[in-house]
Design a protein around this ligand. Structure first.
Ligand code: ZN
Length: 328
């Protein structure tokens, strides 16, 4: 049987305690956990860069046993401050897919704005408009706050970017919270000097991941195309380099339609993994690769799948709210 490759997907690595509902889905892994995983990989896996993965697919070469590639999505600052020292220590080839329009800005990802508003508010009850409906949420306990968080995020992930912006504005008004990067150390993104430093290191690859984490399936075709083009242009200009790698924001379902893939290829992108859960054999294609979102929603690190070639563990369905919805 063909050897498979496991592509790991991380978002952040943190040294900070979670407060209230923050980081509830474990999007930012603890430094100790991450460190343990990288130490294990360095002595138990065949680590490949995404360039090597792409080359092996293109040349139809078999993967070595225990093949693993490490990737990060979004471009959080803790990738640089907290993950990089560990990646350097264990010499882990890593690809960072970053939302180009968020780099060097004092701005939060829209999902983090939703979290910050709900976490920080003193209001015990809010009403917000979502499409035609006024939706009411109790925010008088952490449990109710989590319900509101997942419900609003879920709705946004099916909405156009314009609607998402309107919902976030409505939430800011209703909660009387103006979210800032100072609200939580995990909200900051890298600046360009940090991205350039990663880029200069031969172990690391910088790839695209939209401009501001727009979900491609919710954009009209022209806006989707211009978003992809703009994201690649910003990165190429800032790094003075050709960009060949990309990952789909969200990347669970329709985000990688034929139009999206065609548009990526037009912008010289050669490989774009999804956020769907799975390993890859050589019969899959470079725009449809599966990944394992380690930690998020309780997804375990796939020790056995890597070391013995076992199937991935089935995920706990009670955590599917986190998993099916999101790479973020
Ligand atoms: Zn993302």
């Amino acid at each position: 049987m063909d050897n498979e490759i496991t592509i790991l997907l991380y978002h952040g690595v943190t040294e900070h305690e979670n407060v209230g509902i923050t980081n509830h889905a474990n999007k930012h892994l603890s430094l100790s956990e991450f460190s343990e995983q990288m130490a294990w990989l360095s002595s138990n896996a065949n680590l490949l860069s995404m360039d090597e993965v792409a080359e092996m697919f293109q040349k139809n070469l078999p993967f070595p046993e225990k093949s693993v590639a490490v990737t990060f999505d979004d471009g959080y600052k803790n990738n640089y401050t907290t993950a990089m020292p560990i990646l350097d220590e264990y010499k882990i080839p890593t690809t960072f897919y970053i939302a180009a329009g968020m780099i060097g800005k004092d701005d939060l990802f829209w999902v983090d704005k939703i979290e910050a508003c709900i976490e920080k508010t003193e209001e015990e009850y809010i009403e917000i408009n979502m499409a035609e409906n006024t939706v009411k949420y109790n925010l008088d306990s952490n449990e109710n706050k989590l319900h509101a968080l997942y419900s609003i995020k879920k709705y946004c992930k099916l909405s156009s970017q314009k609607e998402v912006d309107a919902i976030v504005m409505g939430l800011i008004k209703a909660t009387k919270v103006n979210p800032t990067v100072g609200d939580n150390p995990n909200y900051s993104t890298m600046n360009w000097d940090e991205v350039r430093e990663l880029h200069k290191n031969k172990k690391y690859i910088i790839g695209g991941h939209s401009v501001k984490h727009e979900i491609f399936s919710n954009l009209d075709t022209e806006f989707m195309k211009s978003t992809i083009r703009e994201s690649v242009e910003i990165l190429s200009k800032e790094l003075n380099s050709t960009i060949q790698h990309y990952s789909y924001p969200e990347g669970i379902g329709k985000q990688f339609s034929y139009e999206v893939v065609t548009s990526l290829k037009k912008n010289k992108i050669k490989c774009c993994p999804t956020a769907r859960y799975g390993k890859n054999n050589s019969s899959i294609n470079l725009f449809n690769l599966y990944r394992v979102m380690v930690g998020l929603g309780g997804t375990p690190f796939p020790y056995k799948a890597i070391s013995n070639g076992d199937d991935l563990e089935l995920l706990d369905p009670s955590n599917m709210t986190n998993l099916v919805n999101s790479d973020n």
